[in-house]
Design a protein around this ligand. Sequence first.
Ligand SMILES: NC(=O)c1ccc[n+]([C@@H]2O[C@H](COP(=O)([O-])OP(=O)(O)OC[C@H]3O[C@@H](n4cnc5c(N)ncnc54)[C@H](OP(=O)(O)O)[C@@H]3O)[C@@H](O)[C@H]2O)c1
Length: 251
Amino acid sequence: MRIVTLEEHIMMKTVLITGANKGIGFETARQLAQLNHFVYLGSRDKEHGLEAIQKLNDLGITNVETIIIDVADINSVRQARQELEAKISSLDILINNAGIPGDQPQDFSTGGLENLRKIFDTNFFGAIQTTQEFLPLLRKSAQPSIINVSSEVGSISMRTEAGRNTNRDKYNAYGSSKTALNAFTVMLANELSDAGFSVNSVTPGYTATDLNQFQGAKTVEQGAMPIVKLATQSHPDTTAKFFKDGGEVPW
Ligand SMILES: NC(=O)c1ccc[n+]([C@@H]2O[C@H](COP(=O)([O-])OP(=O)(O)OC[C@H]3O[C@@H](n4cnc5c(N)ncnc54)[C@H](OP(=O)(O)O)[C@@H]3O)[C@@H](O)[C@H]2O)c1
């Protein structure tokens, strides 16, 4: 086992990632833990969380623990918060990563309100209620950061640009949940600007995961990269921005 230096220990941050039992969330957990941060790996299913921890342990990563959290269920979020409060005195980074694509079709002209509500329950309200519950712990961090995992399909600018990709219409309900999530990012960032918070959106880009039946062009290693970069950014005062790999995304 490698001995952690005092300097590394001081740099080490405490991170909670929701929906981290697989996909981009899991890979983000792996990369951040390998950078010596302590990661609470959120999973709504206990067994899946433990399996994910076992996979990381098999890679020699031990600075991780799973925590059961279903972001769409306020009781589960409260329980997770109580569990974490008993273990840590502050939380440095909350990554609201849990997300669902919803069912198809999702065009607004033909209905699908139940589908829309279900998507928003996880992708929008889930992120908000998780953030609200963990804010007291985040406020105790010297450099608190909230990272909302969003998507280009939620960018109104990209949706309205000339020659837009109409294939994006396939993700109208999902995309609008990410547009709403982006609004949450900006408004929360403004609310918390005097409290030293960094609140940003980030997109992994089209990444091969269960979410898109592994059709995405990027690997999870690539998809997690902009999230990890934001979590470990050298300008912690950056706030109210929407990032992608290699730059910013227009709102
Ligand atoms: N893949 C892409 O191309 C892409 C592009 C842009 C943005 N994103 C975003 O990236 C994030 C991660 O997606 P992914 O591609 O890694 O998808 P994924 O492999 O399907 O992983 C989604 C994760 O979210 C969890 N989850 C779903 N509903 C939840 C809930 N109510 N409470 C807690 N956890 C919940 C899932 O848990 P279970 O295993 O229990 O279902 C899973 O761990 C999402 O926010 C997604 O919108 C993905």
